[in-house]
Design a protein around this ligand. Structure first.
Ligand code: NAD
Length: 364
């Protein structure tokens, strides 16, 4: 098992450890029992993950004399809303949870964001432990303390920063993940490769060529690399006032494409297209070389993600969704672009005409 420390401002006492490995549940139980962050825990998960892993995780923790109760919600983004927050808190109260209780988020980004949000407001804040079970959650959402729920007006409109006490990443959970959801997580790994560690792209290509993308040793390696990058960025910008925005590489066009497809395209597929758009803009604005731009497209295709906008999507709608983002940020579209692979920067001055041409060029 590998351990990384997220070193946050010493005055706030928010630092924590990320433990990464295969089959680490027994060690997790011992660490939780030893640290005494809470007297008892309530584990929140969704019914799908619960059926696959819930009892196993609960038993591993109970073996270490921890008291664990379990609450389940429906799988999917629709559960990430305030109604579910209230339902969870009511169940917690019925279970007798109090300020000495901790929450455990067992699941993907939806469960992590939702449970983190509840933990941040229940009795003015209780500890949360993250146990991510999707690749996206293992490389991204479980680290950094961003929590949130959606409203009818948009995603993540209600949220808090609430750092976990610890993150336990067991790659064994990924065995039960569907190929589609696994691939979504790979888009975020490619993002880290593009903005910080181009060698990750070589690793992904080599693993894809030898059909090793889902092998434990490979997963442990890329997840550790990704976590190290995310932790480094969070350490410098805990509350996303600047640098942390580079993690949105591919997300400006990605979000617009995802919404314009009526969510028929997954988040990972949309971010993949968004990264190709950002790379193309980077090339057009004379920073990125053609080779680097092609490299990003090629690794995206190699792992089975799309690098083109499907023909049935309305480019005007995508463009107007990007422009709506622009209003939010004060008339400027903040694109994360690349000077070269591994060197991102934020550009607020991308002309609308160039965005249009780029989208047209990416049309299937
Ligand atoms: N907080 C952050 O910094 C941050 C960053 C990125 C994304 N997010 C959020 O993450 C969410 C998306 O997360 P996600 O992609 O993990 O989706 P998800 O949480 O909806 O999980 C996807 C599906 O996989 C299933 N699942 C989870 N683990 C499984 C396993 N081990 N085996 C089989 N099935 C499993 C779930 O039941 C669910 O149906 C979005 O709401 C997004 O806003 C948050």
């Amino acid at each position: 098992m590998k351990t990384l420390k997220v070193n946050l401002d010493r005055r706030t006492n928010h630092s924590y450890e990320i433990h990464i490995g295969g089959e680490i549940l027994d060690r997790m139980g011992m660490i939780l029992a030893r640290n005494g962050w809470a007297k008892r825990y309530v584990m929140v998960t969704d019914t799908r993950i619960d059926a696959l892993h819930g009892q196993m995780v609960q038993s591993a923790l109970e073996k270490c004399d921890l008291r664990i109760d379990r609450i389940t919600v429906e799988p999917g983004e629709a559960s990430k809303q305030i109604g579910t927050v209230l339902a969870i808190t009511e169940k917690m109260i019925a279970l007798g949870a109090d300020r000495q209780t901790g929450l455990i988020a067992l699941g993907g980004g939806v469960i992590g964001d939702l449970t983190g949000f509840v933990a941040s407001i229940f009795m003015r804040g209780i500890p949360v432990i993250q146990i991510p079970t999707t690749l996206l959650a293992q490389v991204d959402s479980s680290i950094g303390g961003k929590t949130g729920v959606d409203t009818a007006a948009g995603k993540n409109l209600l949220g808090t920063f609430h750092q976990p006490k610890a993150v336990f990443i067991d790659v064994a959970f990924l065995r039960t993940l569907s190929d589609e959801i696994f691939r979504d997580g790979l888009a975020e790994v490619i993002k880290y490769g593009a903005i910080e560690a181009p060698e990750l792209l070589d690793d992904l290509e080599a693993a894809a060529a030898s059909a090793a993308l889902r092998e434990t040793a490979f997963l442990e390696r890329i997840i550790s690399a990704a976590c190290r990058i995310k932790k480094g960025i969070v350490e410098l910008d805990e509350r996303e006032t600047g640098l942390r925005r580079i993690l949105n590489f591919g997300h400006t066009v990605g979000h617009a494409v995802e919404a314009a497809s009526g969510y028929a395209l997954s988040h990972g597929e949309s971010v993949a297209i968004g990264m190709v758009a950002a790379a193309t803009l980077s090339e057009r604005l004379n920073d990125l070389t053609v080779d680097d731009r092609r490299r990003i497209s090629s690794v995206i295709r190699t792992v089975g993600l799309p690098d083109r906008i499907p023909g049935n999507l309305d480019l005007d709608e995508i463009q107007s969704r990007i422009a709506r983002d622009k209003k939010k940020a004060g008339e400027i579209v903040h694109f994360v672009l690349l000077k070269k692979l591994g060197i991102p920067f934020i550009d607020g001055g991308v002309p609308a005409e160039l965005i249009k041409e780029t989208l047209e060029g990416l049309r299937k």
